[in-house]
Design a protein around this ligand. Structure first.
Ligand SMILES: Nc1ncnc2c1ncn2[C@@H]1O[C@H](COP(=O)(O)OP(=O)(O)OP(=O)(O)O)[C@@H](O)[C@H]1O
Ligand SMILES: [Mg+2]
Length: 307
């Protein structure tokens, strides 16, 4: 019996000769938010579609709540809420009427389900506005309301902030966090926006060209960021000698005659600077730097950054 709510084993999807997802092994823990991060075309949607049985894997397995997905679909799917592609809402009905149709299909009798879901996403209950008159952001919220309406234990949300303005994005982030923290939901969310994942996820899977490059907690990921003290001085070589002799460290790199990068970040910047100045070295810059997640992402994908 596994502790993971979602676990995949060598999950692979090929379209003809194109490999969209390759030997993917992801592990989504109970009661946490897992962010699947990757550029456009990385394989996020294909992965989520396979998790939900919307497309069959070419090879590999999916297990959900510790059970193989194949053969247990009928038991597992009611425990999952998803937003993969826009649901087919009726344009000439209101939000409440639309949700009512889906509630009936799912056998949900109590109207509180609809009211609760709309409240969660900040849309009015029994409002007269038709779906066709909704803004893109409102449509997206309604799609999320539909995903959570039956109070599932697991939510799979493919780029839920697409089409939202900055305030809408912050609101969605807040209620996704609340669903996890206050209601104990497990959430798998995909995004191509690094800052979004870093603000929301507890665990992160980085997918690139269909391959999972990293999987770890956000905390671990952040700790991997390189830290260093950057000195821009008149004589870097002389500064290096002072660091070696007076501060007993060789853990630095000289970039050129003026720039020195010191990786012993515990050494006191003020004392170092004073020692340099006393030795007649001009100090133009001295500060503690840290690589951003963006730098890290670039490093491991060996390419361009991500927004
Ligand atoms: N039905 C399909 N037939 C052929 N190729 C497909 C199909 N669906 C996806 N692909 C290809 O698989 C790769 C992964 O696509 P996918 O939609 O999973 O990426 P994504 O990470 O969700 O990207 P985005 O951020 O743009 O949504 C892409 O190269 C895409 O062209
Ligand atoms: Mg996608």
């Amino acid at each position: 019996m596994t502790n993971y709510v979602i676990e995949t084993h060598d999950l692979t999807k090929k379209y003809g000769s194109q490999v969209s997802v390759s030997h993917l092994n992801i592990h989504v823990k109970r009661g946490r938010i897992y962010g699947l991060l990757g550029r456009n075309g990385a394989g996020k949607t294909t992965t989520m579609r396979m998790l939900l049985g919307l497309t069959a894997p070419t090879s590999g397995e999916v297990s959900i709540f510790g059970k193989p997905f194949v053969g247990n679909e009928k038991k597992l799917l009611p425990r999952i809420g998803c937003l993969i592609e826009s649901p087919g809402f009726y344009p000439n009905l209101t939000a409440t009427e639309n949700l009512k149709i889906f509630a009936e299909l799912r056998g949900l009798k109590n109207p509180n389900y609809i009211k609760g879901a709309l409240e969660l996403v900040n849309l009015p209950y029994r409002d007269k506005k038709l779906f066709s008159q909704y803004s893109l952001g409102m449509k997206q919220r309604l799609a999320i309301a539909l995903a959570v309406m039956h109070d599932p234990e697991l939510l799979i949300l493919d780029e839920p902030i697409n089409g939202l303005d900055p305030i809408g994005i912050a609101e969605v982030r807040d209620f996704i966090r609340e669903l996890c923290d206050a209601r104990g939901k497990t959430i798998l969310i995909s995004s191509h926006i690094l800052s979004e994942i870093s603000l929301l996820a507890d665990d992160v899977g980085i997918i690139d060209h269909g391959t999972l490059l990293e999987e770890e907690s956000l905390k671990e990921l952040e700790e991997k960021n390189e830290k260093y003290i950057h000195f821009c001085v008149s004589e870097a070589q002389k500064a290096a000698q002072i660091i070696t002799r007076a501060f007993r460290s060789n853990n630095f790199r000289l970039a050129d005659g003026n720039n020195l990068y010191l990786y012993d970040t515990d050494l006191p910047v003020a004392s170092l600077t004073r020692a340099f100045v006393e030795a007649g070295i001009d100090v133009q810059e001295a500060h503690l730097c840290e690589d951003t997640l963006e730098d890290y992402f670039k490093r491991i994908t060996g390419g361009e950054g991500i927004a």
